[in-house]
Design a protein around this ligand. Structure first.
Ligand SMILES: Nc1ncnc2c1ncn2[C@@H]1O[C@H](COP(=O)(O)OP(=O)(O)O)[C@@H](O)[C@H]1O
Ligand SMILES: [Mg+2]
Length: 298
């Protein structure tokens, strides 16, 4: 049985993800297209969402499998963050199902969701650190809130998480003393505090210079490989997609336009997909003369 988007990946240029994720074809669970993949870890069915009368998410169907890095790609405003907020239980859909290991969190109360969501970590857009707390306290906070661990154990775990993201020794720094890339790393350490099975990252490399952004992408790959975390990354940055994605779901105006590997997306004849991948900005299609005239004439 062939499931869309799970076909064996074809050639990948050696300088791309394969270089960093050596052995991925062995690790990747779907390389045998004849086999049914295992049950999805997350399964989104017919998800619809409205803000007021405006429909933001349109009939989203998406499966996320254990161990993969799924990228949710799309332009600004297409609904990527909204989709993540639904999956992590911060917003309720108008209709549809969000199954996490078979539990439909769309229909659960906050109390019912808590044990399900405990296995989920989230790096928010902009890292969302508490500026009045040290980096160490930011990372330790989920452990203090949700566990009964001894303070000394919390401290050891906090230091381990900071080590894992390359911030060993920065626990006493305040967020304001960190660079943009370091803030994202600290946000990742906090998202990982409870040893999540699934990690969500909303625009982890946005606003970073390209070298720092590559460092964050490599860190995401490391977490996926070394800790076997399932990772869902929202982005609109194509270099990040090439670096980290096993599969990509492309959103457009609140709907899933395409799902597949990078190679599959590149081969997809859908003009919306091609326009995004080729970065034919709409602006380039604006007639320059007409535009200047409109500025003068108002
Ligand atoms: N709380 C909200 N109330 C009303 N509209 C919202 C709210 N949050 C987001 N939107 C709108 O929903 C659309 C999708 O937003 P968002 O999910 O943040 O997009 P993305 O993350 O892809 O840039 C946007 O048009 C945005 O203006
Ligand atoms: Mg967003």
């Amino acid at each position: 049985m062939l499931i869309h988007g799970l076909q064996k990946r074809s050639y990948r240029p050696p300088d791309k993800k394969r270089f960093y994720k050596f052995g991925i074809l062995v690790r990747y669970p779907f390389h045998d297209t004849q086999k049914m993949p295992e049950e999805p870890l997350i399964s989104i069915r017919n998800l619809q969402t409205h803000y007021g009368s405006r429909q933001i998410l349109k009939n989203i169907n998406l499966d996320i499998y254990r161990g993969e890095t799924m990228v949710i790609l799309g332009r600004s405003g297409c609904g990527k963050s909204t989709l993540l907020r639904h999956i992590v239980g911060l917003a309720k859909p108008s209709s549809g199902e969000i199954l996490i290991k078979g539990n439909d969190i769309a229909k659960m109360s906050e109390d019912e969701m808590t044990p399900v969501l405990r296995k989920i970590g989230m790096l928010f857009q902009g890292a969302a650190l508490f500026n009045s707390m040290t980096v160490g306290d930011n990372v330790a906070m989920p452990l203090r809130e949700h566990t009964k661990l001894e303070p000394s154990t919390v401290k050891i775990m906090m230091r381990m998480k900071l080590e894992q993201v390359g911030l060993g020794g920065f626990e006493d720094f305040m967020p304001a003393q960190l660079s943009g890339g370091m803030k994202k790393r600290a946000g990742l350490a906090r998202a990982m505090a409870m040893d999540p099975e699934i990690l969500f990252c909303d625009e982890p490399s946005a606003g970073l210079d390209p070298v720092v952004a590559v460092g964050i992408d490599q860190l995401i790959n490391k977490l996926n490989q070394a800790l076997k975390m399932t990772i869902v990354v929202v982005t609109h940055e194509l270099p990040s997609v090439i670096e980290i994605a096993d599969r990509i779901a492309m959103l457009h105006n609140g709907a899933v336009e395409a799902i597949g590997s990078w190679d599959e997306l590149r081969a997809n004849p859908n003009p919306i997909v091609q326009q995004f991948l080729n970065r034919e900005a709409d602006e380039e299609k604006i007639d320059r003369e007409k535009y200047l005239k409109s500025l003068v004439e108002g």
